[in-house]
Design a protein around this ligand. Structure first.
Ligand code: SAM
Length: 234
């Protein structure tokens, strides 16, 4: 069973490596993700809500970005961070991030399910990543986040929301297993990836069980943002 899960995680990573050159179309609502001007306006209004929430959180100090992708949010983090380290398992994605942001960012090529941080950080940030963590690895992932935090450290993340509007945005077919979907690249290649959409209230409860104090909020129709600190870490 464990091997089966690893195979799926490998497939998910292969998908993001192959998708690197076309990834930004999703965030920018272009090409196959274009649903017309009204939907685009709603999307960017919600992105602006996430940006304001990030601004209020103010991720300063030494910041660690997990699964940084092509840099959509890395660039925003540089406005607040004193030092920024960005990690991803896809070299193709890291290359694009380096080209977009590069200066002053330390990049680490590592797999989130085996990486062990060798230092600690004031802030751990991740965007649109938690929904790709299978439920079986949720606890393990949060242990990694805990290990990466310095005393008094804080976590902030954003993701798609479990909502009819957010689900309608994903044009792909649901997979046979809960939380798994089939995604296609523009050349037609198909990959199975995890897409576990969370609801703010349940997320706070799940994180509470793992020893985190969390506050999660929906941002408009499509997204949620969440801040968390390890309980008792004051
Ligand atoms: C949905 S994208 C999010 C990227 C970026 N955070 C953003 O918001 O644009 C998911 C990212 O996770 C990375 N990824 C996939 N599997 C990974 C793994 N096992 N370890 C680390 N990163 C992984 C992919 O390369 C991709 O950049």
């Amino acid at each position: 069973m464990a091997d089966d899960l690893q195979e799926k995680l490998d497939e998910q990573l292969r998908y993001y490596r192959a998708r690197a050159p076309e990834y930004d179309a999703w965030a920018l609502r272009e090409g196959g993700f274009d649903r017309g001007p009204r939907e685009r306006a709603k999307w960017f209004a919600d992105i602006a809500k996430l940006e304001r929430a990030l601004d209020r959180f103010h991720p300063s100090g030494h910041v660690l970005e997990l699964a940084c992708g092509t840099g959509q949010w890395t660039e925003r983090l540089t406005r607040y961070a004193d030092r920024l380290t960005a990690v991803d398992a896809a070299e193709e994605v890291l290359d694009l991030n380096r080209r977009r942001v590069g200066d002053g960012v330390r990049y680490i090529h590592a797999d989130m399910f085996s990486w062990r941080p060798t230092e600690t950080y004031d802030v751990v940030f991740f965007s649109f990543w938690l929904s790709h963590v299978p439920p079986e690895r949720f606890g393990q992932f949060w242990s990694l986040v805990r290990t990466a935090l310095a005393p008094g450290g804080r976590v902030f993340f954003i993701d798609n929301l479990a909502s009819p509007e957010a689900e309608a945005l994903d044009p792909e077919h649901p997979g046979s297993e809960e939380g798994s979907v089939v995604r296609h690249l523009s050349d037609g290649r198909a990959f199975r990836v995890w897409k576990v959409l969370h609801r703010p209230k349940q997320l706070v409860a799940d994180l509470g069980e793992l020893g985190w104090d969390a506050a999660a909020h929906r941002a408009g129709h499509f997204f949620l943002h969440c801040r968390a600190t390890p309980r008792g870490d004051r």
